[in-house]
Design a protein around this ligand. Structure first.
Ligand code: PEP
Length: 259
């Protein structure tokens, strides 16, 4: 079965109440046209928590799906400032887990990523699990060891992770927000490696159904080169997803590949 490509926008801590709705409406309008060629591509936007409800409403009935950028693994309780998977469930279809900025600035570990993955799946959310090496780790030749540790840390011991609704994003930390993307062949190599690790954990058939995205300075100019690679199933995009025209262009470029 071919894997449906995804273009997912991570808005991070950007937009305002007004600009978030404006961006969502612009995407909805551009991507909902009857003759739009991007029908076979999944389009996901991940606004800040506080705008999830408004963006979900703005996207209702459109092909634009909504994701959250984070979640807590507990269902409820004394966790000030946190948001549970159950709270997200009516608002978001996807949830980003273990983004490198969460690992770097908010002490996320492979253990918390694993707990979040378990809770997300149990709540019916579709996870986008982020993995990727830092520049220092890459220079030290540790890329594969880091990816192995992060993939195994997230997926080993999970009771049931439905492969067709599970997404992994390979995001080399040195490429995020820097304007220096990985080469398509490096992304392919890393993503094929991740798929191999997943195959060891969940079996080859299930691993072949998991969508694995590349993220890190993806733009309308380079996304097609990534998605043309056999194992790269789309992009997780930060900066370039904040401009409606560029998000739409990325979707169309991926659609044009015809996977
Ligand atoms: C990201 O937010 O995950 C990301 C890859 O950012 P950017 O596209 O801006 O590098």
């Amino acid at each position: 079965m071919p894997r449906t490509p995804i273009v997912a926008g991570n808005w991070k801590m950007n937009t305002t109440a007004d600009s978030a709705i404006e961006l969502a409406r612009a995407l909805r309008e551009a991507l909902a046209e009857a003759d739009d060629a991007s029908g076979g591509i999944e389009k996901v936007v991940c606004p800040p928590f506080v705008f999830l409800g408004a963006v979900a409403k703005a996207c209702e009935g459109s092909p634009v799906k909504v994701g959250a950028q984070n979640m807590h693994w507990e269902e409820k309780g004394a966790f000030t400032g946190e948001v549970s998977a159950a709270m997200l469930a009516g608002l978001a279809e996807y949830v980003i887990i273990g983004h490198s900025e969460r690992r770097q600035y908010f002490c996320e570990t492979d253990e918390t990523v694993s707990k979040k993955l378990r809770a997300a799946v149990a709540a019916g959310l579709k996870p986008i699990v982020c993995v990727g090496e830092t520049g220092a780790q890459r220079q030290a030749g540790e890329t594969k060891a880091v990816l192995r540790r992060q993939v195994r840390g997230a997926f080993e011991g999970q009771p049931a992770v439905p492969p067709e609704t599970t997404v992994v994003a390979y995001e080399p930390v040195w490429a995020i927000g820097t304007g220096v993307a990985a080469t398509p062949s490096d992304a392919q190599e890393a993503i094929a490696f991740i798929r191999g690790e997943l195959a060891d954990i969940v079996g080859a058939e299930a691993a072949s159904q998991v969508r694995i995205l590349y993220g890190g300075s993806v733009t309308p100019d380079n996304i097609a080169d990534f998605v043309a690679q056999p194992d790269v199933d789309g992009g997780l995009v930060g900066g370039a997803s904040l401009v409606a025209a560029s998000f739409v262009e990325m979707v169309r470029k991926v659609a044009a590949i015809g996977r």
